[in-house]
Design a protein around this ligand. Structure first.
Ligand SMILES: [Zn+2]
Length: 257
């Protein structure tokens, strides 16, 4: 593994720094999750209350802390703030800690962290809209492939193969399912392949199909969903991608050995 920075930071500095950074990025993910499906800019206008339109002051925009201080209500109109905001921020912090614990401050860790953040956004957007925006997955494919250039340019081949393999598998599933699986899932799978390479993306697909299958059967048994109801597959694929990014190497070694 290759350390991202030379020398290294003291853990006393590194861990709080990672938590603060992850929380801030989680806050930005909230902006992306709300605005990207509507085709809005993620930079302007600045954060505002969706209820009354009041601009959110910087001291009311502190990840996790502000939600607790304001007790989940807008300072101006007292309207409720969605639980999604602190949840996404908490997930981002959890992801940062998990990555640091499993992979450390390495290039692999940075890649898993970036991928995980994108997957959190994809999951919430897919659950809310049943769509996975191209504005996330297409740039994601480019970033995933670009990250394969380091530490050796040979990684790019694995990324390209993964992209084509995973995208190809889901393209065939989409054709066979006649609308049950959408083009968004195909591009999400291709993005996972770009980030993970052809071996780990197979782990991701396997884990995703397993999680999706088990959940589908449970929902059927509980009578919560009929056989024909659409269940978004994106979140399961995202979960599989995260499992593969964090623990795929040992899983693969165990399976092959
Ligand atoms: Zn308000």
């Amino acid at each position: 593994m290759t350390a991202v920075y030379p020398g290294g930071l003291s853990p006393v500095v590194a861990w709080p720094l990672a938590i603060a950074l992850a929380a801030a990025l989680g806050s930005f993910l909230n902006v992306c999750t709300s605005r990207l499906p509507r085709g809005e800019s993620v930079v302007s206008p600045p954060s505002h209350c969706p209820g009354c339109g009041a601009a959110i002051r910087f001291y009311d925009n502190i990840p996790l802390v502000s939600f607790a201080v304001l007790r989940g209500r807008c300072r101006a109109c007292r309207g409720p703030i969605s639980w999604r905001y602190p949840l996404v921020e908490a997930l981002a912090v959890g992801l940062g800690l998990l990555v640091l614990w499993q992979l450390g401050p390495t290039w692999e860790g940075l890649r898993a962290f970036l991928l995980g953040l994108v997957l959190i956004a994809v999951t919430f957007i897919d659950l809310e809209t049943l769509l996975i925006p191209d504005r996330i997955t297409l740039p994601g494919i480019v970033v995933g492939l670009a990250m394969q250039l380091y530490p050796s340019i040979r990684g790019l081949l694995g990324g390209l193969l993964g992209c084509l393999l995973a995208g190809g598998i889901f393209y065939l599933i989409a054709l066979a399912s006649r609308g049950g699986m959408g083009g968004g899932d195909v591009k999400l799978a291709a993005m996972l392949g770009a980030f993970l390479g052809w071996q780990l993306v197979l782990v991701a697909i396997f884990a995703g199909v397993l999680a999706g299958g088990v959940t589908g059967v449970l929902l059927l048994l509980l009578g919560r969903k009929g056989r024909k109801d659409p269940v978004p597959f994106g979140p399961f694929l995202a979960l599989g991608g995260l499992v593969a990014a964090l623990g795929g190497e040992p899983l693969l070694a165990w399976y092959l050995g």
